[in-house]
Design a binder for this molecule. Sequence first.
Ligand SMILES: C[S@@+](CC[C@H](N)C(=O)[O-])C[C@H]1O[C@@H](n2cnc3c(N)ncnc32)[C@H](O)[C@@H]1O
Length: 271
Amino acid sequence: MNAQPFPIRFKLTHPGDQSLHAKLEWFLHQPGIILAAVEPLQGGTVSELHISRKGVILLSGEERLRFHPSMALLRLMNLERGQADRFLGATGLTPGDALLDATLGLGTDALVAAFAVGPQGSVVGIEQAAILAALVKDGLATLGARHDVVGVSAAKAKAWVGLFEAAPRIQVCWEEHGEFLKNLGDQTFDVVYFDPMFRRTRTKSASIRPLHAYAEHGELTRETIAAACRVARKRVVLKERKGSREFARLGFEVVESGRYSQVDYGVIESD
Ligand SMILES: C[S@@+](CC[C@H](N)C(=O)[O-])C[C@H]1O[C@@H](n2cnc3c(N)ncnc32)[C@H](O)[C@@H]1O
C-alpha cells in the first residue's frame, strides 16, 4: 500500500514565539502532513503535535511520543567500550558503506548505522508513516541544538558527539519501501535492512507502545525482499522476533541469535 497523508492538529505552547511558528510551518510543509479539521470526523481521535521551546511531542489520547535517541546513545557508549552491537554484526557495516534502512521507525538503528559508516558513508531511512518521518527528520536536524553535553560523564559526552555527527548522514524519506525499492537501480546500496513491526505486540512495553499507534503493521512481501536483494551489493538483513517463521518464509538465514534476546537477525547474502 502506498504511503497515506496524515491529518494532524497543532498546539504552540508560546503562540507569540516566532520560532515556534517557523517550526509549525516546517511541519506543515513536510510531505504527507496535512492540517486536520477542527473536529475529528466520526468521533475519532486526531493526533496533536505540541510544539514548545523544548521540542516537539506527538499526543494521541493518553499516548505521548517524542523523538529521543536514548537507546542509540547507550549503544554508542557500549561500542566505545569495545562491546559488540548485534545489529552492526548482522549488517556487517563498515566505514564508507551506504545503508538503506527500509523501516526507519524512530531512527535508533539508523543512528547507530550512521555512526558506524562514518563521514564517508550514508544512510537513507524509509518510513511509511508520514508523521513519524517528519518527527524523526526534525529530531535528527535539531539533535545537537536540543542536547548539551555539559556536566555529563566523558563517555556519555563522547557518545553524544558521535550522535551529533552521525545524525546529518541520515536522509529521511516518507515512502512505502516496496515502492521505493522498485525505483532503485541494481546494487545501489551496500546493505538493505528491515525491522518490521512484530505481528504480536507486547503492549506492556511503554517505549514501543506509542509508536504502534502510528506505525505501519503490514507484512513484508517476497516481492519486496526480491527487490531488496537486487538493490543490495552486500546483503539484506531482517530483524524479527526470536523463532519467527518470517525468516524461513522470506528466505533469510538466522545469523545473530542472542541467547537472552527476544529478537534474531537473518541475512541474505548477495551473490
Ligand atoms: C519496528 S519499527 C523500526 C524501528 C527502527 N529500526 C528503530 O531503530 O527505531 C518499524 C517501522 O517501519 C515502518 N514501516 C512498516 N512497513 C513499512 C513499509 N512498507 N514502508 C516503510 N516503512 C514501513 C513502520 O511504520 C515503523 O515505523
